[in-house]
Design a protein around this ligand. Structure first.
Ligand code: Z5A
Length: 213
């Protein structure tokens, strides 16, 4: 299947944001228009919800409140940005999508995965990424990379055990859907990571070009 909806997943500091423009450039070099977006966020209202989610608070944030806000922002993003872009023939590259809700809220916080699945069906129905790059990295290396930034947001201040569950949650999802997932060894240099992305993308883009000739 043509991978027109690509999601990028992984833990903190794994290099998703660093590589996303590279992926866009690679796809555009084959003459395909591409939209880069992110979650939570991607529309003005969804970005407001992102702020609500990530800012530090004095009150306890109930994990289901967090989950529902993730999906509220996603619904807004899917309806106003992702579906229209795909319908206009663009490819969409999304920095995190619903797999993040399974990894962080499901595996990380221990919320009911059947409930998350029902939200997924309600919020985006048959729209799912056709290809997902999982940037896999030892969490201590990721934290050290992310730690070079000035501020940690609310979720980034969780315990290491939380992030280890998130990492294992992503790997569990990748093993369950090997056709959709491409696991990137994010411990390598930026150039080596880009080389891995090339190895995944070039054959697909070349085949697509041949199919369109
Ligand atoms: N979240 C959730 O809980 N549930 C959901 O459903 C969704 C999200 C959708 C915000 O996500 C938070 O929302 C996130 C999950 C949660 N929470 N946490 N914690 P985000 O994607 O905006 O935030 P993030 O994951 O924290 O992004 P990040 O830390 O910026 O990671 P990154 O984009 O993968 O990393 P980067 O910015 O590209 O790179 C980090 C640094 O490493 C930077 O200085 C780079 O220059 C450097 N870097 C990158 N690659 C390399 C290599 N290969 N070698 C050496 N250094 C490198």
């Amino acid at each position: 299947m043509t991978p027109s909806f690509i999601s990028i997943e992984g833990g903190e500091g794994a290099g998703k944001s660093t590589s996303i423009e590279y992926i866009k450039g690679k796809i555009e070099s084959f003459g395909i228009e591409c939209l880069v977006t992110r979650e939570p966020g991607g529309t003005p209202m969804a970005e407001d919800i992102r702020q609500l989610l990530l800012q530090h608070r004095d009150e306890v944030v109930d994990p289901y409140t967090e989950l529902l806000l993730m999906f509220a922002s996603r619904r807004q993003h899917v309806e106003n940005v992702i579906r229209p872009a795909l319908a206009s023939g663009k490819w969409v590259i999304c920095d995190r999508f619903t797999d993040a809700s399974f990894a962080y809220q499901g595996f990380g916080r221990g919320l009911d995965k059947d409930f998350i699945t029902s939200l997924k069906h309600f919020v985006h129905g048959d729209l799912n990424p056709t290809m997902t790059f999982l940037f896999d990295l030892d969490i201590e290396i990721g934290m050290a990379r992310a730690g070079k930034r000035a501020n940690f947001d609310r979720i980034e201040t969780e315990a290491m055990s939380f992030f280890e569950r998130v990492r294992q949650g992503y790997l569990t999802q990748a093993r369950a859907e090997p056709d959709r997932y491409r696991i990137v060894d994010a411990s390598q240099s930026i150039e080596a990571v880009q080389h891995q992305l090339d190895l995944f993308l070039t054959p697909l883009l070349t085949l697509r070009g041949l199919a369109n000739e």
